[in-house]
Ligand binder design. Structure first.
Ligand code: SF4
Length: 516
């Protein structure tokens, strides 16, 4: 084998290892932040239950070497190369490694043609993966990777100062205005980006460079100190105050809303003043390696300092009385059973459920369903699937996706087909709430990102329809056991999401006075 071939093969293997590690094993600093949140939460609450599920999920993903969350995002690489290193070869190696990692179900096929809706099936497409190169003076290659899913990406926010903010009033072109924008973005995200989250903030630049700067902050070590004293102070302030808003894990209420805040600043032009916020969920998958520029081997993994929290054999806090009633559910479900459920109840589902997300909801508006959905449960989920040696489908990761995207369709679909329950994350809006009341339905919030935990609850894959929509969008027929979720919208007009949004807005308003 020639030296050049050996370098390319080793490089591709190193990049594959980076992708696999990023998708399946949370970095040490992120684990420590989650542990801190877990310790702060009161035993017996829905937030404590969610955090336990999250930490179990982290263990399962590491053990199974499977995706922590089924949404493995838009893979984004930042590469620094010494002068003279061939960047075209690195780009080709990244694309090969991505394709192989997708084939091995370390990544979900996530590249969709924006006009036709067709999934490429291998995570390659126009602009996918994102690869950004920079040259530097060092003699090795640095590759950073972030896998940031859609739920949290959709909660990014950009402010053009000055502006008026709900609950906080005027945000001017100064540090205090920046403070208000960041707090507002955290409040606005509620639980929809799978809180408790992390944020990167970019101040200055234009619309795109400001967002780039915000995302770059997500690569900072969580326990570093900002070299600019005013920003170091603001970072601390934001984490402290955000955690008094009461949004909590998954937006269920509680003590842990934000686990980290990193702020960067750049120059701007006089006419513009942008503050951009990149929101990342608890499944904060970013990693980096240093690669030998001659051999292609990994010389060093980043984020390796300090203690690794394994979350194994954890002593749960002394069981205090749970704040929730636990109800067993099995489809087909009657209207009477549904009307008995109240916001806050925990349900354990066994039996059949069907996945359905954007493409299927859109399709069902004007077509018949391929199966009888009367009394059934729809799960907003785009799983990672693989075929075993016998050609049977197996579930590799299967957490909930953000439900609000189905808001235009959900109520109509439930009524049209007699569906009694939908499961997702982040809650739905007024139109669905009204339909739940009229028709007799519930919305169940599963724990976002707990893809391994839910995959383990799925005991068999009994069929699939609409595979032509792509694996994430197909309708998978699943048999589950003890699939746990929380009733957050019931058939009596109650919505935990609306209540938490209202109460957290009142708390946000306490921070309207100038601080900096
Ligand atoms: S944890 Fe939630 S927000 Fe994050 S990638 Fe998974 S589903 Fe999306």
């Amino acid at each position: 084998m020639s030296v050049a071939t050996s370098y390319l093969q080793t490089l591709e293997k190193s990049l594959y290892d980076l992708i696999s590690e990023t998708s399946t094993n949370l970095p040490k600093d992120v684990r420590r932040a989650i542990k801190k949140a877990k310790e702060a939460e009161n035993a017996g609450t829905r937030a404590a239950m969610s955090l336990s599920t999250i930490t179990n999920n982290i263990v399962m993903a590491e053990d199974n070497v499977s995706p922590i969350c089924q949404d493995t995002g838009l893979p984004t690489f930042k590469v620094k190369t010494p002068v003279g290193v061939n960047q075209l070869e690195i780009k080709a190696a990244i694309r090969n490694a991505i394709e192989k990692a997708t084939e091995d179900a370390k990544l979900r096929p996530n590249a969709v043609d924006s006009l036709t809706g067709k999934n490429s099936g291998n995570n390659l497409g126009e602009g996918v993966p994102v690869i950004k190169f920079e040259q530097w003076e060092n003699d090795y290659i640095e590759v950073k990777l972030i896998l940031k899913g859609g739920g949290c990406e959709n909660k990014n926010a950009q402010y053009s100062l000055p502006c008026e903010l709900e609950g906080l009033g005027r945000a001017g072109r100064d540090l205090d205005g920046i403070r208000k924008c960041i707090l507002h973005a955290v409040w606005k995200a509620q639980g929809q980006g799978c809180s408790a989250g992390f944020i990167g903030v970019g101040i200055g630049g234009d619309r795109s460079s400001s967002y780039d700067l915000a995302k770059e902050q997500l690569f900072r070590h969580l326990e570093d100190t900002n070299p600019i004293p005013e920003l170091a102070k603001l970072e601390e302030y934001i984490v402290e105050k955000a955690n008094t808003l009461g949004v909590g894990t998954m937006g269920f209420g509680g003590e842990a809303t934000l686990l980290g805040c990193k702020i960067g600043v750049m120059h701007r032009i006089p006419a513009s003043f942008f503050v951009s916020i990149a929101y990342n969920c608890w499944a904060f998958r970013r990693m980096a390696v240093d690669i030998d520029a001659n051999t292609g081997e990994i010389k060093k993994w980043h984020y390796q300092d300090g203690e690794k929290i394994t979350f194994r054999n954890e002593e749960e806090k002394a069981e205090t009385k749970s704040e929730s009633r636990v109800v067993e559910l099995k489809a087909p479900i009657t209207e009477e059973q549904i009307r008995e459920l109240k916001v806050g109840d925990v349900v354990k589902i066994s039996g059949r459920m069907y996945t359905g997300r954007d493409a299927i909801h859109h399709h069902l508006m004007t077509h018949d369903a391929p199966v009888d959905l009367n009394g059934q449960i729809i799960y907003h989920c785009g799983p990672v699937m693989a075929k075993d040696e016998n050609g049977n489908w197996t579930v590799k990761a299967a957490g909930p996706t953000t439900s609000i995207r189905e808001e235009p369709y959900q109520g109509d679909i439930m009524k049209k087909f007699g569906i009694r329950a939908v499961i997702g994350k982040g809650g739905m809006g007024a139109k669905t709430l009204k339909a739940l009341q009229e028709h007799g339905g519930v919305y169940l919030n599963a724990i976002g990102g707990a893809a391994q935990y839910y995959a383990d609850c799925i005991k068999s894959v009994d069929g699939v329809d609409f595979l032509e929509f792509g694996i994430p969008e197909a309708m998978w027929h699943l048999t589950v056991e003890d699939f746990t979720a929380v009733v957050t919208m019931d058939s009596h007009g109650n919505s935990l999401h609306a209540d938490i949004e209202k109460s957290s807005l009142e708390k946000l308003a306490q921070f309207a006075e100038r601080v900096f």
